[in-house]
Each structure stands twice: as structure tokens, then as C-alpha cells.
Design a protein around this ligand. Sequence first.
Ligand code: ADP
Length: 489
Amino acid sequence: MKILLASSEAVPFCKTGGLADVVGALTQLLSRHGHQVCLFLPKYKSIDLGAFSIKPLPGGYVIPIGDDLEKASLSWAEWKGATVYFVDSPKYFSRNGLYGEEGKDYEDNDERFLFFSRAVLEGAKFVDFRPDVVHCHDWQTALIPAYLKLLYHIDAFYARTGTLLTLHNLAYQGVFPKDVPFIAGFGWTHFTPDRLEYYGGMNFLKAGLVYADRLNTVSPTYAQEIQADGAFGRGLEGVLRQRSADLRGILNGIDLELWDPEKDKLLPKAFGSKTFAEGKAANKAAVRKECGLAESGRGPLFGVISRLDPQKGLDLVVELVPRLVESGAQLVVLGDGSPELREDFRRLASRFPLAVHLHSGFDEPFAHRLYAAVDLFLMPSRFEPCGLGQMIAMRYGALPVATRTGGLADTVREEATPAGLPPNGFVAPAASSAAVWSAIERALSLWARPPEWADRVRAAMGSDYSWDRSAATYEALCREIMALRGQKA
Ligand code: ADP
């Protein structure tokens, strides 16, 4: 198949969150499975052109923005069998951030990403890559299916092209004012509540939900939650229910080479499931020292590695820290985001300097060391489209304490399944401090029974977090889309 992935970020080129990990992994997997794959990204200022041998293509093309024409050109690089094209527009992308700076979104994000979406479609024509499927990700590229159905339906180049839109997080939708359809080039006839209009403005993600041939979320449970409940669907639950037959849930995997405790060069001591006791002890001692914590805690070491965002339920952790400390446990938090949460954790760290530490900022090497050091990983999310943190933690022998929602519900178990999969963590049925504390108490009680604890850690380390099964599901979905467009895969 010829698959074009369009995304606003992808590892290893540019990243602000899990979206980048998923798009990078999928690009590699699909190309490794023998498909012709190209990935389109914006050419942000931060992308290291030299490191990836990114070269400009001669010439360029223009994109209509309202009554104006904006120039676009492409740079490209070969990346392990896939071709990556970078849409170049200094006006839109030569900036310090991807979506904003100092916690504030850029005011022209609507224009930037409708330009990008259209520049992808014109760019594919420019390089003569006629895709069977355009795979879009989140609101930033969700206009592509609308463009194909509303503006490019008379373009022979795209006559057989279908679209897949992956929803990584319904909390981000790209909602903009009423004049945006005009800037984007859509006719007012399409500005109706069943199509592009959304409470008097325009919602990019909704446009994708309406016009993509197939939709998927990044976990099966989240696919159900966003249709059933407005708290998850965020105002789009009605459209999602209408598209129910075309909406799937496909669980993300993690990069097993990047996240391999047996070969991880960033760890003071690498370890596998047979050597986890020694591995944990050495890595824990190193992190305790690095963070200035007491060298021999009475209880386990808890960790948080997360965006500091209300989604992640970390206010519940803040509330429970005094009880954790009283139990003899310690906590290290690695996080970036909300200044309020940062302040809360900073306050706790100065109140309990030997038991609580905050490492603020985004620090990938420290994340590796911390996953390897902690015994328990706290992730009491209010909603979680998939979540990668809990999977990485389990692979590094840290048992998650997680809420039963979205991808956490699909990956963390406290009971064996009917099919015989063993427990691999602790589950709070709700994002409340009572439910989370009760799960922590069960964790502390298992900690006091070392043989049972070791069994659970080995089960967690041995679970399957690979992309294999999900990659095959994505391929099947692409074939379904091709069949829909009258093509044989
Ligand atoms: P989300 O995409 O909602 O932020 P995920 O759990 O899906 O959450 O993915 C988060 C990823 O980012 C994980 O790989 C996690 O290790 C990493 N991460 C989160 N916060 C930090 C941080 N402060 N420093 C380093 N890595 C982080």
C-alpha cells in the first residue's frame, strides 16, 4: 500500500508528547512491513537538519489562504526506508515552539495548520506520491479528510485516496472563530451543524470526524468512553456516535528498543526480569542519592513521570503525599506543565526533603533512570486515551497504580483475566483520593510480601507491549479503506 502519514510531530524529528512517539513508530512499522510510506511534517526551526541529512527540493508551490497565496516548499530525508517530507514556510513554522511559547498558543494556529494540511495534499502532488490512504493525526491534520471530500473530489490525482483519522486526545480539538472556513477555502454551504460548523465557529477535529473514511482511538476502552460520556467526548460525543460503525480502538505499543531495561545505556545498572531485584536496588540507590532522599527508606519508592496537567489526576497525588510519607514510602516526581501543580510538589518536597523530590522540566535521560529506580508508578488519570508511561514503567519493573480508564483499563490489571493473564499492577476504579489511596494500600500490603511482589513484577515485565498486533490492525484498517475507495490491496 502507499500510505501517507500527516502529523504535526513525530519522533525523532520533533516532539511535545505521546503523539510523536506513535507517529514515529507507525511510520517505521508500516515501512518495515513493505509498504511505501511517506511522512509529512512541518519544518519547525527546532528540527536538526544536519543530524537527519535533510535536503531542500528545488521549486515550490502556493497555497490559497483566504484571498492571499502563501508559498510552500519541501525538504526531504530518507529515514530507514520511509521518506519524510518537511513542509517549509518560514512565516508559519520558523518559530521557537511547535504550537506556542511560554504556555501561550500561537494566535494563528488555525492558519498554520490549515496551511499545513493543504500543503500536504499539494505537496504529495508536487512529489508525485499518489497515496492509497492518508493517515491523519489529531486536530492539526484533521482538515485533510474535509479537503479531500469537499475541494479535491474533482481532482483525478486523489480519485482513489481514502483517509484514516487517529484520535490521540479528544481534549484538543482546534476550535476557531467563524471566519476560518473562508480562510481555509471551504464554501459557506458546508458551514452547517452536521458538517463544519461548531457552536458558531469551526472545530478542526469535528471536520475530520465527519469526513474521514475511518476513525480510530489509541485504545479500545477510550473508543467506548468518548461515545458514551460527554466528560470524555468533550462535546463531540454525538458526532462520534454517528460514526460508531467506522470507529475502532487500537492500542498503542511502546518502542521496545528505546525502552529496554536490559540494554538501556542510560541506566547505572541494566537488568532483566531475572535480575530485577539487584537492578532495582542499584538504580534506586543512585536515584535516591541524586535526589537527596534518605538512603534507606522503610517503604517502596514511588514515581511520577508526566505532563503536569489536570488530565493526569496529580492533584490526588498531592493530597495523598503526607499519608504516603507517613507509611514510610518515598516519592520522586518528574514533570513539566501546570505552574500550580509544580508549586504543590515543590512545597511538599521542602516539607519532606528526605522523602519527596521534584525534578521539574522535560528530561528524557532522567526519565529512564527513574523508571528503572521506582517500585511503583502513580498514574491516576481522569481520562487516558492510551498512556505510554504505565507500559514503560511495567517493562522497567515498576508496578503501576492506575485508574480504570481508557488505555490504563486496557493495560493494567489487578486480577488475572479469564484468559489467564496475571495481575500486573493496582487499579483504582475511580479518580478519587479514596479509591487511589485504597489501591496504594493494597500495593503497600503486597510490598510487605516479597515473593508475591516479585511474581507481580515479573508478570509486569513480561507483558506484551509491542506494536506487532496493533500494526497488523492498522494495516487491516488501511485495506478496508482501500476497498471502500474501490481499490484492491
Ligand atoms: P501524554 O501523551 O498524555 O503526555 P503518555 O503517557 O501517552 O502521556 O506519554 C508520555 C510520554 O512522555 C512518556 O514517554 C513519558 O515517559 C514522557 N514524559 C512525560 N513527562 C516527561 C518529562 N517531564 N520528562 C521526560 N519524559 C516525560
